[in-house]
Ligand binder design. Sequence first.
Ligand code: ATP
Length: 447
Amino acid sequence: RKKDRNVAGMLRERLPKKLLALLKQAGELGQQTGHAVYVVGGFVRDLLLKHPNFDVDLVVEGDGVAYAAELARIYGGRYKSHPKFKTAVVILPDGQRVDVATARLEYYEYPAALPTVELSSIKMDLYRRDFTVNALALHLSPERFGDLVDFFGAQRDIKDRVLRVLHSLSFVEDPTRIVRAIRFSERFGFRIGGQTDRLIKNAVRHSFFHKLSGSRVMHELRLIFEEKTPLSCLRRMQDYKLLAAIHPLLALTPSKEAVLLEVENVINWYRLLYIEPQPLVWMLYFLGLCTGLDPEQFAIIARRLNFSKRQAAEMAALRQQIRDTAQGIFNWEYHKGPPSELYFLLEPMPLEGALYLMARNPREPLQKYVSLHLTTLRHKRVEVTGNDLKALGVEAGPRYADILRRVVGAAIDGLAVCRAEQLELARRLAKGEPVAPLLARQPGGDR
Ligand code: ATP
């Protein structure tokens, strides 16, 4: 067998010093304990692709859990093990996470007098993975540091930019790999190999997806929603009839596509504002994918995707809140309400709901109003504090909240702009004195 390619130079060039030192340390620890240690998977793939990826997945040919405990001890970090799977996660003091797995030594006993063969366990470990490009490993031991382990032609596939499964039963073993194929293909601009493409179509034709648990489907969908181009991934899923295979109600329709496109626009718009916190992007796409479903249909999807009762109820309530709020905003516009009313309509809404409203109503003033709320109204602060109210003799409770709310409303509408005015308004409200004269000015709000 020809000598393995060595990429130690690449590691030195591309990795932060700390991470390089960690990999060396990991290899030395393996040597001390007599076990080969490899870094595997996405880390190696992305190294060859020149994509930064600092998620370290180690495979140990030996007791991975004991190894992880020792690694944690050396660095003064923490670790958590899953003995059942012989895996562990080490968290170093600087926050770096290291996943450790065990490659089992497998012995193949031949009948009669033939000797028992020990198959290279790293090869078995890599063979269980999804695509050739994810089935690369790097030696970390000091004498072989940086040697590439490529049993399945991954380097060639990376060069040809193609995704291939390792064997023809891959999608039978795990249909979620179909979604992963699309995700990686979109992310890296790789095509899906001819044989792999046929295997996907075959898997869809034979409804492998029906057997798949909802939680696993949802997990892969979330990963899709967190990619840079979820909509193009969803379109590819649609081309393979995968969405309908998960559930017919999930298939893309022209109106869903239009909303999903706007979801993408709205997310990009919001990102550029640099306002914390950022929304749960997956939730926005998920709402988009469920556009047009009535509550019963949505409940069916929630069951198919194995949402907990609580999750399903929360999501259904959010969908209802979105509809109600849209209606509220239309009414507000119709009777020309003050800005504060818009604020109180949108204020209880989670950020995802507000952004979804914008995506759902792109060409209507509604989008403009929600954006006014997100960029301006919701950041308004009043200068009256709880202590002020206390000093006025108002104890915490519904009355307290009510007074504060009215001061906020007056501030947003430009009727009580400075602290003195706000305090005077609070005082009159607290004492039950008339406030009308105070609020009679021409409003100078933000509408
Ligand atoms: P990402 O950049 O999305 O994290 P990754 O390749 O690191 O990409 P993970 O989902 O973290 O992806 O998985 C780590 C590795 O585990 C993969 O590189 C792959 O080798 C293997 N793997 C993950 N899921 C599967 C699966 N369903 N079937 C087979 N192998 C898998």
